[in-house]
Design a protein around this ligand. Structure first.
Ligand code: ATP
Ligand code: MG
Length: 387
């Protein structure tokens, strides 16, 4: 059973929260007039909901205190009005979600239930950690990102995953979080029998065995959690469920590579929140560069530290008028790696065999192996810190 504490002077919002969180029948609603006396120990609430009658700043303070105490508690602010300033402060303070009281009830409900699921995962993994009396191993999470389509995200994600598993012998999972149009399976020549949709549907029973049984194994050694087969199934894969899946995968694998859709929505933010490295992909045309500049700025505004985001220039030798140094200036960030343009890529995509296996001596494969080696070096550093 998990507690949802509702901070509300008026005392009326608790009933609303009760209705909105009805899909979590084990949740108990506990109304309080203010944040005084809130504790963040083992019995701390899963979610603190800050009602519209309470100033949002109370929620920011609660989130900071929860984070300082390394608590599982998630905070959801339901505000009378939401502006960019509030969103930014909330992100920085570690608030799970901010919604407006006037938002559709389904959105407010989803914010609360996602926050609940995230806290439950944290609580359970803290309990497991204590039971094992040893720090849980923590895999390295890498997300491939771009708000522009067709820039080569899935080509990099599939080849990076394959290179890490096959060439660098790391226990690697690839998660296709392009929930509507994911094509990692096609690029790897895999037939989807079980996908992330099936894991999301069994979230109440989620454990390592269940998750392992839903991964599709590639000959390279890479385990893939495939995207839903039907785009409409994407809806069932909520961010709360994604968080739980990613947390568990990170305990099971040395590296988790995440492919994303061409957007900066909540699903992508959920992946970014858990990432140790983000590879932001761009090509050299003006539209892609403009898009990347805006994305890099947006990521910085959202509080993602500079060192986290690495710009990867794909099709770096395309015959267009921009030079790589001009790209760096335009994007406002150094280029971390360059992948050349080569016919071997579309050929390998059509064959369903990654370039790093199909054409391992090509410049494209070498460039991707270089990125994989830098991930492997970071994985080595992480595990050195843990042991
Ligand atoms: N370095 C390259 N050289 C030649 N062709 C490439 C290269 N990188 C990608 N491509 C081509 O571009 C196409 C699009 O790549 P990919 O599907 O990886 O992009 P994406 O960013 O994942 O797109 P979406 O956002 O639609 O998922 C691929 O099918 C591939 O043929
Ligand atoms: Mg893609």
């Amino acid at each position: 059973m998990g507690l949802i504490t509702v901070i509300d002077h008026s005392g009326e919002y608790a009933d609303i929260v009760g209705t909105l969180s009805a899909s979590r029948p084990d949740a108990e609603i506990h109304p309080v007039p203010n944040a005084e006396g809130l504790g963040f120990g083992e019995g701390a609430p899963y979610v603190v909901v800050v009602a519209p009658s309470t100033p949002p700043s109370v929620g920011l303070d609660v989130a900071r205190a929860a984070e300082a105490a390394d608590s599982h508690t998630s905070v959801v602010i339901v505000a009378r009005s939401v502006d960019t300033e509030l969103m930014r402060s909330a992100m920085k303070a570690g608030v799970s979600d901010v919604v407006a009281a006037s938002d559709p009830a389904a959105d407010v409900a989803r914010a609360i239930t996602d926050a609940y699921d995230q806290a439950q995962t944290r609580h359970e993994s803290a309990m497991r950690g204590q039971a094992q009396a040893a720090p849980a191993s923590r895999g390295y999470v890498v997300t491939v990102f771009s708000t522009k389509g067709g820039v080569g995200k899935s080509v990099l994600a599939t080849n990076l995953g394959t290179a890490l598993a096959k060439c660098l012998s790391l226990k690697t999972a690839l998660v296709d979080l392009d929930l509507q149009f994911g094509d990692c399976g096609i690029m790897l020549g895999l037939v989807p029998q079980r996908t992330i949709t099936d894991v999301a549907a069994s979230i109440e029973r989620l454990d390592e065995d269940l998750l392992r049984g839903h991964m599709t194994h590639h000959d390279s050694g890479l385990d893939v959690l495939l995207a839903p087969v039907r785009p409409e199934d994407a809806e069932t894969v909520t961010t709360g469920r994604i968080s739980r899946i990613l947390e568990l995968l990170r305990e099971m694998y040395d590296v988790v590579v995440i492919d994303t859709a061409a957007t900066l929505d909540e699903v992508v933010l959920t992946a970014l929140d858990r990432s140790d490295d983000v590879y932001a992909m761009t090509m050299m045309d003006v539209a892609s560069i403009k898009n990347m500049r805006i994305s890099v700025q947006k990521l910085a505004q959202l509080g993602y530290a500079n060192g986290l985001v690495h710009v990867v220039l794909n099709r770096a030798d395309s015959k267009v008028w921009l030079q790589p140094h001009e790209v760096e200036r335009a994007v406002g960030s150094e280029i971390f790696a360059r992948i050349p343009s080569d016919r071997v890529v579309p050929r390998s995509v059509n064959k369903g065999t990654p370039v790093v296996i199909d054409e391992p001596k090509s410049d494209v494969a070498r460039a991707i192996l270089g990125i994989a080696k830098s991930v492997a070096a970071s994985v080595g550093e992480e595990s050195a810190h843990v042991s």
